[in-house]
Design a protein around this ligand. Structure first.
Ligand SMILES: Nc1ncnc2c1ncn2[C@@H]1O[C@H](COP(=O)(O)OP(=O)(O)OP(=O)(O)O)[C@@H](O)[C@H]1O
Ligand SMILES: [Mg+2]
Length: 259
C-alpha cells in the first residue's frame, strides 16, 4: 500500500526506537522542513526545521509567542503550511486535513487539555469512541494506567483536579493508539509534583514506542525525559540538540528567568 499510513506502519516495524547510533539513527517519522505559516496575512513561522524520530521525545521550548503552539498546529493539520514541507514517514502531507492526520496516528492534546468539563470521566472516554475504539477498551486503558480515574468514572471531569484531568486527556489520546503524540503545555496549571508525575508517564509512553513532540514553556519540567530539545524564538528553531546541553545553556541565556 502506497499511503502515508502504510509508510508509517512499515517504518515503525522496520526500526526499533532508540537503538540507532548517530550513524544509523532511524529516519524521522515526522519532519518539518523550512515550514512557513501564519494567521491571515501575518507570517509567524519563518522556516521551521524539526525532526521527530520513532520513540523520541522532542521538547519544543521557548518563551511566549515563539511559535510552539503554531508548530504543533502544523503537525496536527490545524494550520496550513504556506511554504516548505510537512512530512510523515518521508512523504509530504502538506494540505492533508486534521481528521485524516488523526487517522494516520497523529494525536493532539491541546493546551487546556481538550476534555469536556460537563461530562463525566466515562462520558469523556465515550466521546473518544468516535475514533474506532470501543468504550470497554478505552476504560480498560484509562483505569489500567490511572486507577484513580476508575474511582472517578462517574464524576464530572471539570470537578476533578488538574492532574486527574490531564490523566483523562492522556487516556483519551492513548485509546486511539496513536503513533505520534503532540502535547501542548502539559504543565499548565499543575503543581510541580503533579507535573513530574505526568512527565514520568510521558517518558513511559516513549519507552513503549510512542513518538512525542511536546511544547513546554517551563524547560525544567520536560528536559529530564526529553531525548532532544529544540529552542524556538520568534518563529524559528534556533537551537536543537542534547537536552542536558540545552538545559545548561538555558540557565545562562534566553529563558534564565523562566525555568
Ligand atoms: N489565532 C491566531 N491569530 C493570529 N495570531 C496568532 C494566533 N495564534 C497565535 N498567533 C501569533 O503567532 C505567534 C506565535 O504564537 P504561538 O501561540 O504559536 O506561540 P507559543 O510559543 O505557543 O506561545 P506560548 O508560550 O504563549 O503558548 C504569536 O505572535 C501569536 O500572537
Ligand atoms: Mg503555546
Amino acid at each position: 500500500m502506497n499511503t502515508p499510513a502504510a509508510g508509517i506502519a512499515a517504518q515503525h516495524e522496520a526500526v526499533s526506537p532508540g537503538t540507532g547510533s548517530a550513524s544509523d539513527a532511524p529516519a524521522p517519522l515526522l519532519e518539518l522542513v523550512g515550514v512557513r505559516a501564519g494567521y491571515g496575512p501575518i507570517e509567524v513561522l519563518h522556516g521551521v526545521d524539526l525532526a521527530l524520530r520513532p520513540g523520541a521525545v522532542v521538547a519544543l521550548l521557548g518563551p511566549n509567542g515563539g511559535g510552539k503552539t503554531s508548530t504543533l498546529k502544523i503537525c496536527s493539520g490545524l494550520l496550513p503550511v504556506a511554504s516548505g514541507e510537512f512530512r510523515l514517514a518521508g512523504r509530504c502531507v502538506n494540505g492533508v486535513d486534521a481528521a485524516a492526520l488523526a487517522r494516520l496516528g497523529i494525536c493532539t492534546i491541546p493546551e487546556g487539555r481538550g476534555i469536556f468539563a460537563n461530562l463525566t470521566v466515562r462520558e469523556n472516554l465515550w466521546v473518544a469512541t468516535g475514533t474506532g475504539t470501543d468504550l470497554a477498551r478505552l476504560e480498560e486503558i484509562a483505569y489500567g494506567r490511572f486507577p484513580i480515574l476508575g474511582k472517578r468514572r462517574d464524576q464530572l471531569a471539570g470537578s476533578m483536579s488538574g492532574g486527574e484531568q490531564q490523566m483523562l486527556a492522556l487516556s483519551r489520546a492513548l485509546g486511539t493508539s496513536p503513533t505520534v503524540l503532540l502535547l501542548d503545555e502539559l504543565s499548565m496549571g499543575l503543581a510541580p509534583r503533579v507535573v513530574t508525575e505526568m512527565y514520568d508517564v510521558v517518558g513511559q509512553l516513549a519507552d513503549e514506542g510512542l513518538s512525542i513532540l511536546v511544547a513546554e514553556q517551563f524547560a525544567r519540567a520536560v528536559l529530564p525525559i526529553a531525548t532532544t530539545a529544540a529552542l524556538m524564538l520568534q518563529g524559528r528553531v534556533v537551537r536543537i540538540g542534547d537536552p542536558a546541553e540545552i538545559d545548561r545553556e538555558l540557565s545562562t541565556s534566553y529563558l534564565g528567568g523562566q525555568r
